[in-house]
Design a protein around this ligand. Structure first.
Ligand code: PMP
Length: 406
């Protein structure tokens, strides 16, 4: 199957927009991807024809919506190759999924003087919940260092897996630098010492094939909105044994079995972790988004984005006024860079004037910036619909930035 980029772009209405009189170049995919028409229409069709609360009614609409919602769960299961549908918990995103695990799992296993191990590459979402938990438990947050290329130092990681380590939480792909961590090996090393591992896959789900059974991770999470799906849709995968051992994260309707004033028993998996009315339309849209990625093939998306990354890196690396941050041997389609003498925020304004949407700042990863000795970067991040011509537009705009501000 050939990768028909024009046909793919044709599925994204927003790419037709002009910003400041220029056709939009959307290079902010690590923050959120755009949505194909099929996803937009799925959400709209739900409200036009199907809107109803799920899991509760005997009437037709409720049963139909419930069936669709549960079909979406099955789709997610297949997409990440989980063994059982009950291991898929819907959340509103990665942040909520990590907080759930920190609260319901971390809290049970962590005692005074114990340790949670993260890496110096983490997004704040995979750092702050653990930091707060450690403070509450008088435990220690340990941080595996990165090298100058933005790779987690594996020898240090192995050494830091100690007798007090009760949990490892690592990003699959860094949103700030694009580094792909060798999570399979890191999980295996932790498991040798019986330490459970959570993988933050927020940046992975739209770029690489995820197989939670092959990874053997204990928890895996991602956000639908970064994978062509709607905002408010997210996934937590957890191994059944662990999910069953955990208390609910939130309490209310749906997560209960029997309620009296004296006592409440909890619903079975996955409902125990899905209190209240979920974002039904977003979850249905997420299913359509996963269908969209499947229709292209994760390998094809990966090859296309690899070509963009190589071309973009080559173009930027040859500019003596630019420094690229994050040069890991294994990277996805993120290029973080700085001009030698121009503030990223000022540059961002000029890029915007030329119709290019990219991101400047610390990318919710302040410790990564501290480690690199900078306050932030300019980040371009590619998706399935980006093109070489758009990278040429970026290079043109870089010329303009230098002319105006250099
Ligand atoms: N982890 C990583 C690596 C991310 O890139 C992000 C989003 N930038 C998150 C977690 C949080 O995702 P969300 O805001 O969708 O919950």
């Amino acid at each position: 199957m050939t990768y028909d980029i024009e046909k793919i772009r044709g599925q994204f209405p927003i790419l037709q927009r002009e910003i400041n009189g220029k056709s939009l170049v959307y290079f902010d995919n690590a923050a959120t991807t755009q949505k194909p028409l099929s996803v937009i229409e799925r959400v709209s069709a739900y409200y036009r024809n199907e809107n109803c609360n799920i899991h509760r009614g005997v009437h037709f609409l409720s049963q139909e919506a419930t069936q669709e919602f549960e079909d979406a769960r099955e789709k997610v299961r297949g997409f990440i190759n989980a063994g059982r549908k009950e291991e898929i918990i819907f959340t509103k995103g990665t942040t909520e999924a990590i907080n759930l695990v920190a609260y319901s799992f971390g809290r049970n296993i962590l005692g005074q003087g114990d340790e949670v191990l993260i890496t110096a590459l983490e997004h704040h979402s995979n750092l702050v919940p653990w930091q707060v938990l450690c403070r509450e438990k008088n435990a220690f947050l340990r941080v595996v260092p990165i090298n100058n290329k933005g790779e987690v130092v594996q020898e240090a990681y192995k050494k830091m897996l100690g007798p007090r380590t009760k949990m490892v939480a690592i990003g699959h792909i860094s949103n700030a630098l694009g580094t792909i961590n060798p999570v399979r090996e890191m999980i295996a090393a932790a498991h040798e010492k019986n330490i459970p591992v959570l993988v933050d896959g927020a940046q992975a789900a739209s770029h690489i094939k995820i197989d939670v059974q092959e990874l053997d991770c204990d928890f895996y999470c991602f956000s639908g909105h970064k994978a062509y799906g709607p905002m408010g849709s997210g996934v937590l995968f957890g191994k059944t044994r662990l999910l069953e051992s955990m208390d609910p994260y939130q309490c209310g309707g749906e997560m209960v079995d029997r309620v009296t004033f004296e006592k409440t028993t909890y619903n079975e998996l996955p409902f125990k972790f899905e209190a209240g009315t979920p974002n039904v339309e977003s979850i249905l849209g997420l299913k359509t988004a996963l269908d969209f990625m499947d229709s292209l093939g994760m390998d094809s998306i990966g090859s296309h984005e690899k070509a963009l990354l190589e071309y973009g890196t080559e173009q930027l690396a040859r500019d003596p006024d630019i420094t690229i941050y994050g040069t890991a041997d294994r990277k996805t389609s993120i290029i973080s860079f700085l001009f030698k003498n121009i503030h990223p925020y000022d540059a961002g304004i000029i890029f915007d004037k030329t119709g290019i949407a990219l991101r400047t700042g610390n990318h919710c990863a302040q410790p990564v910036m501290d480690r690199l000795g900078i306050s932030g970067t300019i980040r371009v991040s590619f998706g399935a619909y980006n093109t070489i011509q758009e990278i040429d537009r970026l290079v043109e705009s870089i010329g303009m930035v230098k002319k105006m501000l250099g």
